[in-house]
Design a protein around this ligand. Structure first.
Ligand code: SF4
Length: 238
């Protein structure tokens, strides 16, 4: 896929419901101009995870009973995309559609995420998409700390295998759990955080489900994506 031209990006942005406003090279909104590093927990192992570990990890997740969510799930939601992706997108937990289909970010929120990625010049298979939790919490409630504690090691192993050059944390729950903070999402945006022993750059933005409820915030989400692209240029999987 060739680099996206401005007209195509404008089309995607308009389909997102974002007024067209394209930055000049080298200019960044003042609120995003000075990335502030933040210390985060060292959780991802430094060594590469062999490809052979991936099917074993998938089987482990599919059979997992480490927390009570296994009783109410229809499917585990392992994650989809390139296992050597430049960008990794991490959300909160499966919802009803994801639980039914076994795939993260489907339904309307998933369509919006797909459109957001397209605006960055990426298709879904160009990134790896996963959640903090692999099973759906009942009624889409927030994940409990013990559920995150039991499930996060799977994500840590996925990150160690994919070795992304950028993690895009979408939504408050994903951001707070990955960064081990209770800071509000608004304070976490516009900064380059670092995740794990690989010090992977991590950028925070809104969850597409939130953007569907609050379309007025789409402009800020686009600011976040531009910021993420300035940190690590998106590149389709060749
Ligand atoms: S949420 Fe995670 S830890 Fe809990 S049962 Fe599902 S896969 Fe296992």
């Amino acid at each position: 896929m060739t680099a996206m031209d401005e007209a195509t990006r404008r089309d995607y942005l308009q389909s997102l419901g974002i007024d067209v406003w394209l930055p000049r090279a080298g200019r960044m909104p003042a609120s995003l101009a000075v990335p502030v590093p933040m210390t985060v927990p060292k959780t991802a192992p430094a060594g590469p995870v062999p490809a052979s570990d991936w099917p074993a990890l998938q089987s482990e997740v599919a059979a997992c009973t480490r927390c009570a969510l296994h009783r109410s799930r229809t499917n585990t939601v392992f994650g989809v995309g390139a296992t050597r992706a430049r960008w990794m997108v991490i959300g909160e937990a499966p919802g009803a559609d994801e639980d039914a289909q076994g795939e993260p970010f489907v339904g309307r929120a998933g369509q919006l995420l797909t459109a957001m990625l397209k605006a960055c010049g990426l298709e879904r298979p160009d990134v790896f998409i996963a959640n903090i939790l692999k099973c759906r919490p009942p009624n889409n409630r927030d994940p409990l700390p013990e559920e995150v504690r039991e499930c996060l090691p799977y994500l840590t192993r996925q990150i160690a295998r994919v070795r992304p050059q950028l993690i895009l944390a979408v939504g408050r729950i994903a951001a707070q759990n990955l960064l081990a903070t209770d800071a509000p999402l608004g304070r976490l945006r516009g900064q380059v955080h670092r995740y794990g022993e690989l010090d992977t750059p991590l950028v925070v933005t809104y969850h597409p489900a939130y953007l569907l409820r609050s379309p007025g915030e789409k402009r800020k989400a686009w600011d976040d994506l531009k910021f993420a692209m300035s940190v690590c240029a998106p590149k389709p999987v060749s």
